[in-house]
Write a protein that binds this ligand. Structure first.
Ligand SMILES: Nc1nc2c(c(=O)[nH]1)N[C@H]1C(S)=C(S)[C@@H](COP(=O)(O)O)O[C@H]1N2
Ligand SMILES: [Mo]
Length: 405
């Protein structure tokens, strides 16, 4: 502990010493005239677009039907802690339905005293809550179970994003409907073609779930569930039903496809872990990461993102020697619970091969495990819920790859 504190302070001092010469390459020809100050720019527009020079896009694997599949957030290009709505990862089982909010209804029925059919306008007028929350697919980084050869942070870890969500507490709507004694589950159903369903225990439904209509200061994007979706803090993406149309109170779980055939973990003893909703602490170095190249030996800011479904990130440790020693990274404040926390560490690349990784610790004391520890506990049958430590290799020429390359 003491050692890691001292060495991170030493690295900071090194970085400080380099400011004022050495961090930036010399550009002798640079001049302000490049901006052509005499020329008018383009006109004002009604809805913003990013600079044409910015190229970060979601990545998707080809699927038989273009409507289904996943697209991955370019985490390596992210700065700060929020994901722009336009780059939020997507996971659709039956395409993105086009829903007119004036026609849409949310029905609350089953074991309730007063079945409700609520309009979107009514929901938007109820007392609201805004929370910054990570959303992560239970299948994110699932390819890491089989091998450590993910080429880059986007394709291996990009099924996670962080937005500011606004909505109504689900509890408020359930209390309005009057939950009958004995009702122990809420079955949520989407309005997409597959009518995706998930079963949610009543205790969580009465705790902190949002029926969200807002994302990053505007309405939800269609891909994120416009006009209404569930936002379940800390729980796997799949349970966060989009295009929400129905909430049915029952006394048993539905055993829907996505909680039986999918999003369960087959353990080595042949039994499956099921209803494993909560996502655990995880972190990933985004710079330097696979596919990037360091232009040469120099001081760099090593940075990345950490998050936990259980709450705040307490600490992130960094290794640059393959896990032999660890130092504490600086954490961006405020550290919001169940949200991206950016970590940073000044780091000198001296031209020798370096194997780097981050390890997150959350406020519950949970420590992000190694891949080996996860495999020892859960075997290799699973495709879901991988949160192992990810190592990148910085080669002597500055190229960054996975550790198997
Ligand atoms: N109705 C409906 N809800 C859904 C899905 C879907 O296909 N249909 N996909 C689920 C899965 S698997 C995930 S990971 C998240 C993805 O949310 P996003 O596309 O907003 O990132 O939504 C969940 N909710
Ligand atoms: Mo998912």
């Amino acid at each position: 502990m003491k050692d890691s504190k001292r060495s991170s302070r030493r690295q900071l001092l090194q970085m400080g010493a380099a400011v004022g010469g050495g961090l930036l390459a010399k550009h002798e020809q640079a001049s302000a005239a490049e901006n052509k100050p005499g020329q008018l720019g383009i006109p004002l527009g009604p809805y913003g677009e990013r600079s044409p020079f910015e190229k970060a896009v979601r990545w998707r694997r080809d699927t038989k039907t273009p409507e289904t599949g996943s697209s991955f957030t370019p985490l390596q290009d992210s700065v700060g802690t929020l994901t722009p709505s336009s780059l939020h990862y997507e996971r659709h089982h039956a395409g993105i339905p086009t829903i007119d909010p004036a026609q849409h209804r949310l029905v609350i029925h089953g074991m309730v005293n007063r079945p409700l059919s609520i309009t979107v306008a009514e929901i938007r007028h109820l007392p609201s809550v805004t929370k910054t929350l990570v959303l992560e697919c239970g299948g994110n980084s699932g390819s890491e179970w089989a091998a450590k050869n993910g080429p880059d942070v986007q394709r291996s870890f990009g099924l996670v994003s962080c937005s500011e969500w606004t909505g109504v507490p689900l509890r408020l709507l359930l209390e309005e409907a009057g939950v009958q004694p004995g009702a122990s589950w809420v079955i949520a159903e989407g309005a997409d073609a597959c009518r995706m369903e998930r079963s949610i225990p009543i205790a969580k439904a009465m705790d902190n779930i949002l029926v969200a209509y807002g994302q990053n200061g505007e309405a939800l994007r269609p891909a994120q569930g416009y006009p209404l979706r569930l936002l379940i803090p800390g729980w796997e993406g799949n349970a966060n039903v989009k295009w929400l149309r129905s909430l049915k109170l029952t006394d048993q779980a539905y055993m829907a496809r996505d909680e039986t055939a999918k999003y369960t973990d087959l353990m080595p003893d042949g039994k499956a872990r099921i209803f494993t909703y909560q996502m655990e602490a995880k972190s990933i170095i985004t710079f330097p990461s696979g596919g990037q190249t360091l232009p040469g030996p120099n001081l760099y800011e090593l940075t990345g993102l950490a998050w936990s479904g259980r709450g705040r990130i307490e600490r992130v440790d960094i290794t640059t020697d393959g896990g032999r020693s660890w130092v504490k990274a600086q954490l961006q404040e405020p550290r919001l619970p169940i949200a991206f926390t950016r970590f940073r560490l000044p780091w000198r690349f001296d031209g020798r091969e370096a194997v780097i990784a981050s390890r997150a610790v959350d406020e519950s004391g949970y420590v992000q495990p190694t891949r080996e520890a996860l495999i020892a506990a859960r075997g290799l049958n699973s495709a879901y819920h991988f949160n192992g430590i990810k190592f990148w290799k910085v080669q002597t020429d500055g190229t960054v790859t996975n550790v198997e390359a």
